[in-house]
Design a protein. Sequence first.
Length: 278
Amino acid sequence: MKSAIVIDSTTKLRKNFSSDVDIYTVPVRVFIDDEEFQDSDGLTQKILESIKEDKKVETSLPRIDYIEELFEKLHKEYDIVYVLSVSSLLSGTYNLLCTIANKYENIIVFDSKTVSIQNTYVLERMIKDISNGKILEEDDIISYRDESLFLISVFDITRLHKSGRIGKVVSLIGKIMHVKPVLTIARSGEVQLVQKAVSSKKISEILRERVEAFVEKQKNLGSSSFVIYGAVGRDEYKDYVYDIAKNYDLKPQFLDIGPAVMTHVGTEGFGLVIGVWE
């Protein structure tokens, strides 16, 4: 069976990544002072400069005509097309993709209930299973999600607050006494507070504790192999990811945050994902 996967541009591929399954990307739109751009790696520097200059930077849904043309093409070329969308609670992209896909029986849209590098992990699990002949269902996406842990530390949540991607309580916490929240994406698909930190040492401690608990749980369920992905706003933040990886003798894979996600989180922070890989 000939299969393909469609992702939105908030899901990044690892550099030099090769796949037996064809992958297509739908770019979300980025607006800088109301000027429209397509989300792509070439836009990163412009986003960085715009954030620094405090310009109005926002994201919007992908272009409808782009999705319509892509789906019309793919439904003819493939037996089945899987679409992996950013969490429906973080973006309207999922609903848009579903609306357009409804006219095609062989296009299936999944709500990942997450974003960014955790979706990269989910994507690679999808590719692995498709390559082995598996027909994917929603329960598979949920399983991939549950077999990974996504932790995020944002040292300046100003941009998250502006974007409305976090609740008022988390935003308030971040403004009190320089408290730095450690966040995750809840199983429901929304941003959730894990714990508060007031120092780099405390952040590392929280990460180690949460990852250790996750790994122990997965080992009890029979898993023995893991992978780690990281995405950082600054190179110096890679140390947090390396600190976790060395405890499990793993080499972390770093991915770009990407312009669209950077629009909402800025550069002052990082994320890491650890997931089962058998």
